[in-house]
Design a protein around this ligand. Structure first.
Ligand SMILES: [Zn+2]
Ligand SMILES: [Zn+2]
Ligand SMILES: [Zn+2]
Length: 176
């Protein structure tokens, strides 16, 4: 069920991101088609900005980047496009920073999110035990869980190897 594009959730920083982006765009096309929806030029442009890296970006940053390319858009249309992308599962909300990141591997079910505090990259890993544990604890509290977000902060292998430390403070970027 879980198919990963990369052997590791965090690809090497110097990897060729072209294939990641191409693959993401291909999945975007299919995901919208499957729902009988359209990957409109606006949705595609917004997705391309978000999927252009493995970092999480704020909605406002997406808006600014599009403006820098000459696409002056109303914030509401960009926010709606992001909502549509989140809805079909191509983009995920990164709750800790009120930002968004592209899903770089098709998956079903819940994923734990790993966020590197040095390079700002975000990756997902399947972690059924974590969510089973959450559900169990919730049920034991006579609580019916609907959703849970697990975001783990730390250092990716490349940053750790390079001796980097956390430079990105929660307020530093990702605001929208
Ligand atoms: Zn990549
Ligand atoms: Zn995902
Ligand atoms: Zn890193």
């Amino acid at each position: 069920m879980t198919q990963t594009l990369h052997p590791l959730p965090f690809p090497a920083p110097e990897h060729d991101h072209g294939p990641c982006l191409e693959d993401a765009l291909g999945r975007a096309q299919k995901a919208f088609e499957a729902k009988g929806l359209k990957l409109t030029p606006l949705r595609q442009a917004v997705f391309q900005e978000i999927a252009g890296s493995h970092r999480a970006v704020g909605a406002y940053e997406v808006l600014e980047r599009l403006a820098a390319r000459g696409d002056r858009l109303a914030p509401i249309s960009v926010y709606r496009a992001i909502d549509a992308l989140v809805e079909v599962g191509l983009v995920h909300r990164f709750e800790s920073r009120n930002a968004f990141f592209a899903c770089h591997a098709g998956h079903e079910g819940r994923q734990m999110v790993l966020a590197c505090e040095a390079c700002g990259r975000v990756a997902e890993v399947g972690s059924p035990d974590v969510f089973a544990g959450i559900d169990k604890a919730a049920h034991e509290a006579s609580f019916s869980p609907r959703s849970a977000v697990v975001e783990v902060w730390g250092l990716c292998a490349s940053c750790k190897l390079a001796g980097k430390t956390a430079i990105a403070t929660p307020a530093a970027h990702g605001r929208s």
